[in-house]
Design a protein around this ligand. Structure first.
Ligand code: GLU
Length: 290
């Protein structure tokens, strides 16, 4: 009798240790990674699992999406999505800064396994990489100084100085939609925000989601004006042609849509400054990439 109790207690202790050990991702994970999922040998999932880390390219200066804290931790919705994916593989995520223009090269040369970085799915990028998702949709908009009443929409950018980021879709679009705007590009939006604050530019243009994040950080300095004028569906970038990995990422997104992990990932980040949160967009299982 005594022995049986001791055995039962030992078994319970083991279970508790397993649960505790698997919960390092906070409560974003499924909470039951005590048995690691198994993947077919030779797949990217199996390779990542034996490496023990999922290498993720993300942004480091975009509040609410991917922002490196003084503690060294990276936080945001994109970061939380990456944590869900790592958790599903039974590994830890490892974050590397991927500025806009580095995203395709980092995927192509294997610096990272995936990019989760406010990364718009489009045909041009699909020629060199693949995307899972979309997992979020936003649109291009404009940010100006809080006391600026001259620029109220896209048309107001005519002849004005505008800042955006190299290798981004908004930098390209503004050239054709407002050809008289004087475009300056930096490698990060944080630098554009700095330039706006210092009076070196009149406006910043990129996704509304990113701009609202920057405003949330400095509401006394900046405001977003006008209506979004593009559609930017965010995807997870991966190596072109890796269909099993793309299926895994899409399956995980759909699971996270259903079990509430996606919603929690958004609520804990964007939801801290925004009351109305969108529903997840349907995953696009396109077959003919590019
Ligand atoms: N979503 C746009 C893009 O992928 C702009 C945001 C960014 O540069 O990260 O280019």
């Amino acid at each position: 009798m005594r022995l049986r109790t001791a055995a039962a207690l030992a078994a319970l202790a083991l279970t508790l240790t397993a649960c505790g050990g698997g919960d390092e991702q906070g409560d974003l994970g499924s909470g039951t990674p005590d048995t690691k999922p198994t993947f077919e040998a030779g797949t990217t999932m199996a390779r990542i699992q034996s490496a023990g880390v999922l290498k993720v390219g993300t942004k480091f200066d975009q509040p609410l999406y991917g922002e490196k804290q003084l503690s060294g931790d990276v936080e945001g919705f994109d970061v939380n999505v990456a944590k869900i994916l790592a958790d599903e593989l039974g590994v830890q995520p490892e974050f590397t800064e991927a500025v806009s223009k580095n995203r395709e090269p980092f995927i192509q040369n294997g610096t990272v396994d995936i990019v989760v970085a406010t990364y718009t799915i489009n045909d041009k990028r699909k020629q060199v990489i693949d995307f899972a998702g979309p997992y979020y949709v936003t649109g291009q908009s404009i940010m100006v100084k809080k006391d600026d009443s001259a620029i109220t929409d896209k048309a107001g950018l005519a002849g004005k100085r505008v800042c955006s980021v190299e290798g981004s879709t908004p930098a390209e679009r503004i050239k054709t939609e407002v050809p008289t705007a004087k475009l300056t590009t930096f490698d990060t939006y944080g630098k554009c925000a700095e330039a706006l604050k210092n009076g070196q530019t009149d406006a910043v243009t990129t996704d509304e989601a990113i701009l609202l994040g920057l405003v949330s950080k400095s509401p006394e300095d900046f405001q977003v004006v006008g209506e979004p004028f593009s559609e930017e569906p965010y995807g997870i970038g991966l190596k072109k042609g890796d269909q099993p990995f793309r299926d895994f990422l899409n399956d995980t997104l759909e699971k996270a849509y259903e079990d509430g992990r996606w919603e929690k990932a958004l609520k804990d980040t964007v939801g801290t400054v925004q009351d109305q949160l969108p529903s997840p967009p349907p995953v696009d299982r396109y077959t003919a990439a590019g």
